[in-house]
Design a protein around this ligand. Structure first.
Ligand code: COA
Length: 204
């Protein structure tokens, strides 16, 4: 579940996970570039972080001013500097604009597990961009960070997000009743996960 402004977990013993230090490397797909956010992305981001429809099923409130979006980017950039799990901006390669974010919301080096979350601006929904970005992040987590288990969660009322996880080969593991309070309401959440050992099936 996307927690756009939530603090990420400490990476104290990332070495124990078998990977190097966290570094949000640039990842390329056919249509997208996942890259570090820059302060000058604030305008692109605010166009959709301010949309209540985008924020409906995620654990952040629609931004009420460009200043909130700038504060969010500053926070993410502080995570880059500290070598902590963070988010990429999702850039549309042709237009060179940031249409969404995807990132690691939680990380447990001891258990070699990570939780991912993602959001796209409304004009870019339903074109397969989220699965394209999630697939690249999953490959990176398995191949570069030696992660064993990748989780993601979504509000039960958000079937498009559940489809994204399914398309990336995640399996539904359960329904977590009233797992989170979202905008004042206790909501049920679907938990999905992909395992390294079943990964071959993902690409079959
Ligand atoms: C949820 C979200 C990430 C989906 O991303 P996306 O790039 O639009 O995903 P897809 O293009 O793969 O579409 C996903 C599903 O939406 C549905 N969909 C696609 N086109 C559609 C259309 N024109 N009309 C209605 N539904 C449609 C389909 O079920 C599709 O799955 P399918 O291709 O297997 O049929 C995006 O809607 C979003 O960012 N929403 C706001 C933030 C959010 O909810 N984030 C997730 C938090 S857990």
């Amino acid at each position: 579940m996307d927690k756009i402004a939530a603090p990420a977990l400490s990476l104290r013993s990332l070495g124990g996970a078998g990977g190097g230090a966290w570094e949000a490397e640039t990842l390329e797909t056919d249509r997208l570039r996942l890259r570090r956010l820059r302060m000058r992305d604030a305008g692109d981001l605010y166009e959709w972080t301010s949309d209540p429809e985008v924020a409906r099923y995620v654990l952040w409130e629609a931004h009420r001013s460009p200043g909130e979006t700038r504060a969010y980017i500053r926070y993410i950039r502080s995570l880059y500097r500290r070598g902590l799990p963070s988010s990429w901006g999702i850039e549309l390669r042709e237009e060179k604009r940031i249409i969404g974010t995807i990132g690691v919301m939680a990380w447990s080096p001891e258990n070699r597990s990570a939780e991912v979350g993602y959001s796209l601006g409304r004009p870019w929904w339903h074109r397969g961009y989220a699965p394209e970005a999630l697939g690249a992040v999953m490959d990176w987590l398995f191949d570069r960070m030696y992660i064993n288990r990748i989780e993601a969660q979504c509000d039960v009322r958000n079937p498009d997000s559940a489809r994204v996880m399914e398309k990336c080969g995640m399996q539904r593991e359960g329904l977590l009743r009233q797992r989170v309070i979202n905008k004042g309401e206790a909501v049920d959440v679907l938990l999905y996960a992909a395992l390294r050992e079943t990964r071959r099936e993902l690409h079959a």
